[in-house]
Design a binder for this molecule. Sequence first.
Ligand code: HEM
Length: 293
Amino acid sequence: MSQVQPGVLEPIPPLARYLAYSLGEAGEARSCLRALREIADGRQIVVGIGESLTRALDAQVPGLRTPPGIAGRGFEVPSTPFALWCWLRGTDRGELLHRSRRIGAVLSPAFRLEHSLDAFMHEGGRDLTGYEDGTENPKGEDAVAAAVVRGQGEGLDGSSFVAVQQWLHEFERFEAMPGADRDNAIGRRRSDNEELADAPASAHVKRTAQESFTPEAFVLRRSMPWTEGRNAGLLFVAFGRSFDAFEAQLNRMVGAEDGIADALFTFTRPVSSAYFWCPPLRENRVYLRALGV
Ligand code: HEM
């Protein structure tokens, strides 16, 4: 029986590293993926496959696509796809470094590392703006129902689709807003995390209220704050049994339905967006049969 990579369902770790690869010597892709399979346990290393890699392998994963770039009113949501994604979950920065070096060694020469980002848990699960993140995540069986593919057959059942976006915060803008405006931008009070009944339509949790969509649009968010030099923000990660729920939420955030953009865009913006298919797990290793590997 195949199951989901456990890192998808587990709470976020204290530290993480995100690695994104493009395809180099495509002829070596199968052997490098076989080598990756030997070290990717789905818990310490969660693996995601991009659409371009499935094409290079002459494989098809129904539902896997590439995010469209979106132009909003005064902001962009860029599309920055990659062939392969690894989410390293851990507790020690040095160990994460050495783990990424091991992954780099097995993936060469088929894959080129294009992007590496370190992330961390902040105050028990808050965004760097201080707001608790993940409150309305589905739990238990509901989390599995939202995030894990079922009834699609061998090789696909137990997999998950993930949307990954790096958001860059502009803290000066955020800090220039009065406290009440900040709470209204999120739709929750920072002090006690209470949802604001009278939040404006632009409030983030009004835009994304999962039960308000038809059909309901539940995702499992596993986002983590990141910093790099002087820059910082949120590495937004949402797992789903398809990309449909995520896309429904994002469409409302950018104002595609009613012209109202999410207030988040006043102080933060996505600088990347990529989609990946996270293969299932079998015998504690990622199971790549759907790719013919
Ligand atoms: C910098 C970017 C973002 C920040 C700082 C952020 C922060 C938050 C916070 C503080 C909450 C309230 C607590 C909670 O339920 O987790 C929340 C809720 C939520 N966010 Fe975000 N978020 C960001 C981007 C996104 C994106 C891109 C999406 C999806 C397209 C999204 C989807 C959701 C959903 C579905 C909820 C729960 C809504 C509900 O059902 O009540 N978020 N977010």
